[in-house]
Design a protein around this ligand. Structure first.
Ligand code: HEC
Ligand SMILES: [Cu+2]
Length: 318
């Protein structure tokens, strides 16, 4: 039947990238199919009985049936068995999710308004990116800087609140390479919907190489770090820093300490706070000769450390 093809959760649910996600899909498929069968029996039965026992004429009497013990037993007992199966099955999967494997790779992830910050054992820190090796047990230890957030990876079918003042945790073992969404599923303020991270599953070699490079990166002088970030975050596509040439956006060469003319007719001094505002909220002040809405906001996409590094890089361009 046509619906059978769609009744299997793997057909319409997000990619299942862990073994547990596939198990969740199976349980979901079972629920869907058994609900469909129950629905057909119930609604079909109702229609059939309405037709069969309808009053034949104004004077005719319809059949007088009070009860049927055997049928009543069946329609209580069969659902009971199905519910117990669903309970046991669900409990089994949930138990696995809460049973943390020993020797898992541990990553600290902190939710804050409005980004996910990850810290690895080696001290490497990332914003809105959790990179992990494939076929490895990974334990995410969650905390929050401010309000309750919730760490949700649809492709892994895992979701866990990040609560201020305590640790919570989830674990997974990814069996597919690729990029998967991290969403915040606890309403946490105005930019809640923009609190989107990336969970990247890579090969073991790539992971080791990345971690090593990141570790080197984190000990770079702050302005050099900023220079790298300027490339990575694609600022360099719109801004030149080494000279005064204008690209999509104004050159940032010798910008620090200068006076900036704005479209509003005002002018402003370029200091750290002006740069900060220009990066996080570009439309607040528009540079004369440029249009608003061209530069995207980087709110939630840069950690405080990254922001300071970029600002130090811009300051160093003189
Ligand atoms: C799509 C192009 C684009 C990207 C990407 C972009 N910008 Fe901009 N940026 C602009 C434009 C256009 C302006 C001028 C309009 C305005 O003031 O918002 C601007 C303005 C600025 C200003 C104010 C400059 C001045 O002369 O006062 C700063 C600082 C800045 N951007 C930094 C950054 C940084 C840092 C990044 C990367 C994290 C970045 N921009 C990414 C286009 C871009
Ligand atoms: Cu949040």
């Amino acid at each position: 039947m046509f619906w059978m093809q769609y009744a299997f959760a793997s057909k319409f649910m997000p990619t299942a990238a862990t073994d547990q996600a596939s198990q969740v899909n199976n349980l979901y498929s079972f629920l869907l199919i058994s609900s469909f069968i129950a629905c057909v029996i119930l609604i079909g039965g109702m229609i059939y009985f309405a037709y069969k026992y309808k009053r034949q004429s104004l004077t005719a009497k319809s059949a007088y049936i009070t009860h049927n013990t055997f049928l009543e037993f069946l329609w209580s007992f069969i659902p009971l068995v199905i519910f117990l199966v669903v309970f046991g099955w669900g409990w089994h999967i949930y138990h696995q999710m809460r049973q943390f494997p020993k020797d898992a790779l541990e990553v600290h992830v902190t939710g804050k308004q409005w980004a996910w910050e990850a810290t690895y054992k080696s001290g490497v820190r990332t914003a809105n990116l959790v990179k992990v090796p494939i076929d490895t047990d990974v334990k995410i230890i969650l905390a929050s800087n401010d309000v309750i957030h919730s760490f949700y990876v649809p492709s892994f079918r895992i979701k866990q609140d990040a609560v201020p003042g305590r640790y919570t945790a989830v674990w997974f073992n990814a069996n597919k390479l690729g990029d998967f969404h991290i969403f915040c599923t606890e309403y946490c303020g105005t930019q809640h919907s923009g609190m989107i991270g990336k969970l990247q599953v890579v090969s073991r070699e790539e992971y080791d190489k990345w971690l090593e490079e990141e570790a080197k990166f984190s000990t770079l002088p702050i302005a050099q770090k900023g220079e790298k970030l300027f490339q990575i975050k694609a600022c360099s596509g719109c801004h030149s820093v080494a000279d005064a040439s204008v690209k999509v956006g104004p050159s940032l060469f010798k910008k620090f300490g200068a006076k900036e003319e704005l479209t509003s007719g005002d002018s402003t001094g370029v200091d750290e706070n002006y740069l900060r505002e220009s990066i996080l909220n570009p439309n607040a002040k528009i540079v004369k000769g440029f249009a608003s809405g061209v530069m995207p906001s980087f709110q939630g996409q840069l950690s405080e450390d990254e922001l300071s590094a970029i600002i130090e890089y811009i300051k160093s361009a003189k």
